[in-house]
Ligand binder design. Structure first.
Ligand SMILES: [Zn+2]
Length: 268
């Protein structure tokens, strides 16, 4: 690894807001800009005291403001361990397909350059694609960044990054990898019996211990508000992967899309 690493395909627009300290990032923090347009002027203004390594525009524009191996000023105490990507738009909007591709390209570059895990994480200090919000006060106290919609799209980003890293001939199905991340089973890209059983738990929603495991809740056999919240979040993630409306309710349209995906990918 050299110094001043720039992601291929990104326009390098160096900004003033960095000390230039070298870092060895373990993953990428996803942000939402809460605004449209390039962040260059804002991040080049010393009064803002802010910058990010990368920016992803809705139409596919890609800008890099701080090299990947240099500390940006995006998430306070999280700046020394993670790179950062600002995404154009608002937390009420989903990332566009172009933005998903941009972040996936950046993430794949991190896999190759820094050995990032092809994983979504919500635990600060763990490798992977993480949100700004989970860093809480020590990361600057932005609990709503990038919001639940964009946070739920991280599985798609990782699945696409896996495909980029693996090359076009990879047998791994990115949609299956994303679904496997969503239901907390090993993400090998093959929809076998274990994956099928975990997805069936969410689909049937019988409030079993197995369903608690699938949605990432504490497995205690008691279906309380935390289990319910984890269930709704999981359904939202699955809906975003299936490309249907994201409302957290497994209705007929979701079920139809799920059945179609299952008939395509389930290996029996
Ligand atoms: Zn943020």
């Amino acid at each position: 690894m050299g110094v001043a690493h720039i992601v291929q395909g990104f326009q390098y627009r160096p900004v003033k807001n960095t000390n230039g300290d070298t870092i060895h990032p373990i993953g990428l923090v996803l942000h939402v800009a809460q605004g449209n347009g390039s962040q260059f002027n804002w991040f080049n203004d010393p009064q803002s005291q802010a910058s990010s390594n990368l920016w992803a525009g809705k139409a596919g524009q890609r800008e890099q403001y701080v090299p990947s191996d240099v500390r940006a000023w995006a998430q306070a105490a999280g700046n020394s361990t993670y790179d950062s990507v600002e995404t154009e738009g608002f937390d009420t909007e989903a990332l566009t397909p172009e933005q998903i591709e941009t972040v996936a390209v950046a993430y794949a570059d991190g896999v190759r350059t820094f050995g990032w895990a092809l994983a979504v994480t919500d635990t600060p200090g763990q490798p992977g694609l993480i949100t700004h919000g989970v860093g809480k006060v020590s990361w600057g106290n932005h609990p709503g960044c990038p919001g639940t919609i964009r946070a739920g799209q991280r599985h798609q980003i990782i699945a696409r990054a896996a495909q980029i890293v693996g090359g076009a001939t990879s047998p791994v199905q990115p949609k299956v990898v994303a679904l496997q991340h969503a239901v907390h089973v090993a993400a090998d890209g093959v929809w076998g019996p274990v994956t099928d059983a975990a997805l069936a738990e969410v689909r049937t929603n019988r409030h079993t211990r197995a369903e608690q495991a699938a949605v990432g809740a504490t497995v205690d056999g008691v279906w309380g508000p935390l289990s319910q919240a984890a269930y709704v979040a999981t359904v939202r993630t699955i809906q975003s992967i299936l490309g249907v409306g994201v409302d957290g309710v497994w209705g007929p349209i979701t079920d139809q899309a799920f059945a179609a995906a299952r008939s395509t990918y389930f290996t029996g």
